[in-house]
Design a binder for this molecule. Structure first.
Ligand code: NIG
Ligand code: FE
Length: 408
């Protein structure tokens, strides 16, 4: 089994909560990886192999005189910061076409109202499996290069039984975190018979997608699905063994948050327009509020009040919502910078929300944390501290990414 020792880490964000520090920060630390797991975390001075000066071990190289099974690759982090790989718990990455023209029009003053979803549906239906697969592979490479090591992908641009099932199947080729979002909008051909569409989503479409999906989601919003429709669709998904999550309170106030909390959903996403009752409901629940500041950035809406949520005791995650309409970016460092600049979060809170918070939103306990036994998903920053992620916005600071123990 391959082993790697990353040593001379200037600042290590473990996310193993210590008194007053949810990031569990350590200085002058080391991390040992074996196979796909972290096996040891501690002070660099105590690291296995760290203090031995062994001429057979090259910096960043492998022992040349031993079999690969015994090789320990030593990586000198040079005093840089190491953080858990980002967990992006909300993306819509299987689609055809783009909507750059819609973005330009929006920047010139046309407000976002989610109406463009139907354009992406048309382009997605017209795309072959291979085209969608190639596009998805490019997005996955883009995510990895930016330090994202776990990600969720939603369907929602097919909206026929056949197309939703193929999007779910394609998504399942790249992640176990697949969400069935047949209830994204009512497609044009059902405009006059929405009741029939809801029935299709709850019946045949769900049946065709459930085997490829872990989650069920609904866009509970004026112009998309009503609270009653949302409850019905989520209940159908739960009856098929899927776990609920909700798009709620994005474009205006509504019942999305309370529906999610009442169902014990893992997460309710957007949370841009919340009232006191929503915040109270979230604070006394196990439902994560997943904030998607790329949307507010790209649609010129007001940012959600993360400070108020955190101060009320709500667990907050950050995700990209990468999609061709409301947020066509997959950059988790950008989400962190926006959360700090615009939403009142500290960098520590934002980095936690983009790693451990995303893991909570996906009910995963094997990622988002740097501790023995966890998956070796790690990001070495080209910076001495994680604060540089918000302090140096737009600068590529991702130096090395390990996914399940493998770098590159
Ligand atoms: O999360 N809110 C609904 N769906 C996406 C936007 C989809 C689109 O505009 O294509 C979102 O923002
Ligand atoms: Fe979304």
């Amino acid at each position: 089994m391959n082993s790697t020792l990353i040593t001379n880490i200037g600042e290590l964000t473990t996310n193993v909560a210590a008194a007053g520090d949810p990031c569990g920060t350590m200085r002058d630390a080391a991390v040992m990886i074996e196979g796909d797991r972290i096996v040891w975390v501690g002070p660099a001075a105590d690291a296995p192999h760290a203090s031995e000066s062994d001429p057979a071990v090259e910096r960043g190289g492998q022992r040349r005189d031993e079999t690969p099974t015994a090789a320990v690759e030593v990586v000198d982090a040079g005093g840089r910061a190491l953080i858990p790989g980002f967990v992006d718990s909300h993306t819509h990455l299987v689609f055809g076409g783009d909507r750059a023209d819609e973005f330009e029009a929006r920047m010139a003053g046309t407000p976002y109202a989610a109406g463009g979803i139907r354009r992406t549906v048309a382009a997605t239906r017209a795309a072959s499996d291979d085209e969608l697969r190639r596009r998805l592979a490019d997005f996955v490479a883009e995510l990895h290069a930016q330090g994202t090591t776990t990600f969720e992908v939603k369907t929602g641009y097919g909206l026929t039984v056949h197309d939703e099932a193929r999007l779910a199947r394609l998504a399942a080729e790249v992640t176990p975190e697949v969400t069935f979002l047949g209830a994204h909008v009512v497609p044009a051909e059902f405009a006059d018979r929405r009741e029939d569409y809801v029935e299709l989503v709850c019946g045949e479409m769900l049946q065709a997608c459930a085997a490829h999906s872990r989650w069920i989601d609904v866009f509970c919003e004026r112009g998309a699905f009503t609270p009653d429709e949302s409850r019905r669709i989520l209940a159908a998904g739960i009856a098929h063994g899927l776990l609920p999550r909700v798009h709620g309170n994005q474009l205006g106030p509504g019942e999305g948050v309370r529906i999610a909390v009442a169902l014990g959903a893992a997460s309710v996403d957007h949370c841009t327009y919340l009232d006191d009752a929503d915040i109270e409901a979230l604070a006394s629940s196990g439902t994560v509020a997943t904030l998607l500041p790329g949307v507010e950035f790209s649609t010129r809406q007001p940012y959600p009040d993360a400070r108020r949520l955190i101060d009320a005791g709500v667990t907050v995650a950050l995700a990209s919502d990468c999609n061709p309409g409301s947020s066509f970016t997959s950059s988790m460092p950008l989400m962190i910078a926006l959360a700090v600049r615009e939403m009142g979060m500290t960098t520590a809170e934002a980095v936690w929300a983009a790693t451990a918070g995303g893991a909570r939103a996906l009910r995963r306990d094997d990622v988002g944390v740097i501790a023995a036994g966890k998956r070796a998903d790690l990001v070495l920053l080209d910076a001495p501290t994680r604060t540089h992620l918000s302090y140096r916005p737009g600068v590529p600071l991702i130096r090395t990414v390990w996914r399940s123990g493998r770098s590159g």
